[in-house]
Design a protein around this ligand. Sequence first.
Ligand code: GAP
Length: 448
Amino acid sequence: MVNMEKIINLCKNRGFINLSSEPYGGFSSCYDYGPLGVELKNNIKKAWWDEMTKKHDNIVGLDAAILMSPKVWQASGHLSAGFADELVECKKCHKRFRFDEIVNSKTQTQNLKCPDCGGEITSPKKFNLMMKTFVGPVEDEAAITYLRAETCQGIYMNFEWVKNAMRLKIPFGIAQIGKAFRNEITPGNFIYRTREFEQMEMQFFVKPEDADKWFDYWKEQRMNWYLSLGIKKENLRFHEHKKNELAHYARKAFDIEYNFPFGWHEIEGIHHRGDWDLSNHSKYSGKDLSYFDETTKEKYIPYIIETSCGADRILLAFLIDAYSEVKGGRTKTTKSTKEIEIVLKINKKLAPVKVAVLPLLKNKEEITKKAQEIFDALKLSFVCQYDEVGSIGRRYRRQDEIGTPYCVTIDFQTLKDNTVTARDRDTMEQKRIKIEELKEFLEKNLEI
Ligand code: GAP
């Protein structure tokens, strides 16, 4: 059974994710991605980018700045009460909680007790989540700005420019991947809720009367994307926001939730933002951000359907979903029946390492030389690892643990007939393949 401790250990031990500022004991729920983590995250981002911008020819990309005029955040409503969590503190143990996390509809809000020690808690206080900073050398009021709390505001700032430059007609979308920052009161559950995270957001601009239709379309598209990348159906569900859960900008919202070891939680939001953003930015900036339809001669503020997910949060969901253990082991190297083999059955497109090249013996020069040649021939096309340390079984296990789809082994037969074996991670089936056909075989099976 997967739990967070196992996932955190795998991430730490195999170079996926580590605490930020580790020599200082970590910092403020921030995390660093190591060699395998960065490959996995890049693969997730690429899969999303391809899905959005290649599959849909009316969606284009953008990379806007993290720092923007503070006026953006006034207009968007993020500096007011709408983008604030309610914070409570235990008067006895002084632990802080988000009010909405400890209150439920059945509880009397007046008699709330600390979930940890049962102490009395303070009344809730609003706490704004924007991360403040200063631009320039003088740290006064005039120099205050904010690290963006959602990437989509950069898209609204460029709506007019991108539409005109690319001659886009409604409906169309703009997609962006980038860092966002929130001064979360209760970060936690590893990379699930952090103060610095990466969002993948797409804003789809539509005619107001078509908004509901597009909302349903994107809801379905986004759920299918997770399923197409192998997340188990039973671990995904929709959650519709009730009126009191809706963000300040949303008219309607559905979360896609994943069944984490710590419960069902949001990984992506599909939001009907109506004309909230473009109307407010028109009003605050004085620049008319309405759309003119050349064919019908209609002028209107487009409605926005947003799909918004966190790259870090879904990476965690992909890791948890792919994690499997085989008790007693499935390879001969597992000596004890108590020993457990980990197999990360992650979608091949997302796997951080695609191919491992393994000489059967490390002290047989003809074999290692050949293996090195094969590694050199493959490494520019696939993320590869060369490994000659330990028994072949141990090496297979190391690769299974990080989800490498294929292990290519160079053995004595290779020296006779120029063939190698390609071992499939999931079936453990070994196929003999001619070296000259190996690249094609891998491309085909890795769907590259
Ligand atoms: N633009 C809309 C928006 O930002 P959100 O529901 O606040 O909506 C969207 O965030 C997604 O961003 C979430 O579903 C989650 O995947 C990710 N996200 C939000 N806050 C996060 C945090 N503190 N840490 C990690 N990911 C976060």
